[in-house]
Write a new protein. Structure first.
Length: 257
């Protein structure tokens, strides 16, 4: 695999997925394909009790590839990206995001899909899509379920970036650690105390049970938002202008339609 690394710890009870593209761990079509292939293999691993996601280097992920948001590629990109959420929903294996540095856009959406979010104090989280003239379909469904509508709207409509402590204060992040080393140590303690003593099959039923409403909302509305994005949003001048302006490193000129 070129853009992710997969390894196992704790007697193969924990699968570690590392985003690694050598830069900002951008979720492009290659990385999405590799992620899907990796996740598909977990379906037959009855002893797996936890999947962790993290970014190589200083950052979790800068998000999905902006170039692949352009109108002619947006439908394929969204379909591939959203498939990851459907697979994780179907697996029902507990998931945990280990967040350092930038965790933005599609990167943040992968993190908030997880059951647990652990971060160190370098973490910066945000959904900046609105700044580019678009919106984040998975976050639009997931964030209201996890932190309530008011805070979800604040993050989605402003595009603001929050730090780890604010993420914990709004109930998005479970634990904040001083640095990456203490995050690793804290995760190891968490796994040994709260994950390993449990039945792998019971954990999966537990995830399904706890996410009864969450999963219903995800499946029903993510497909609707994907259609809105492709069929309506990407037909506006401003959505295309925002994407092109970002790629061309200039300020967008909004026409408001």
């Amino acid at each position: 695999m070129e853009k992710i690394k997969l390894s196992y710890t704790h007697n193969n009870s924990v699968a570690q997925i590392v985003f690694d593209d050598g830069k900002g761990n951008v979720l492009d079509s290659v990385m999405m394909y590799e992620l899907q292939k990796a996740l598909d293999t977990f379906d037959d691993m009855d002893d797996l009790k936890l999947i962790t996601f993290e970014g190589a280097g200083k950052h979790f992920s800068f998000g999905a590839s902006v170039e692949e948001h352009k109108k002619d590629a947006a439908d394929i990109m969204l379909r591939s990206f959203h498939q990851l959420f459907y697979i994780l929903k179907q697996l029902s294996i507990p998931t945990l995001a280990k967040i350092s540095g930038q965790c933005l856009g599609g990167g943040m959406e992968m993190a908030i899909m997880c059951n647990f979010l652990f971060a160190d104090k370098t973490a910066k989280l945000g959904q900046p899509e609105i700044i580019l003239g678009v919106f984040p379909p998975p976050a639009s469904v997931i964030l209201p379920e996890k932190i309530g509508l008011a805070k979800a709207e604040e993050l989605i409509l402003t595009g603001k970036v929050i730090n780890a402590e604010e993420g914990k204060s709004i109930g998005l992040i479970n634990e904040v650690f001083e640095d990456k080393a203490s995050l690793e140590a804290g995760l190891d303690s968490f796994v040994k105390q709260y994950i390993l003593p449990k039945s792998a099959s019971s954990l999966r039923y537990g995830v399904r049970a706890a996410r009864t409403n969450f999963n219903h909302v995800l499946v029903k509305y993510l497909a609707e938002l994907e259609k809105m994005y492709v069929d309506e949003l990407m037909c506006t001048k401003d959505a295309n202008e925002g994407i092109n302006a970002f790629i061309e490193k200039r300020q967008p000129v909004w026409l408001n339609h």
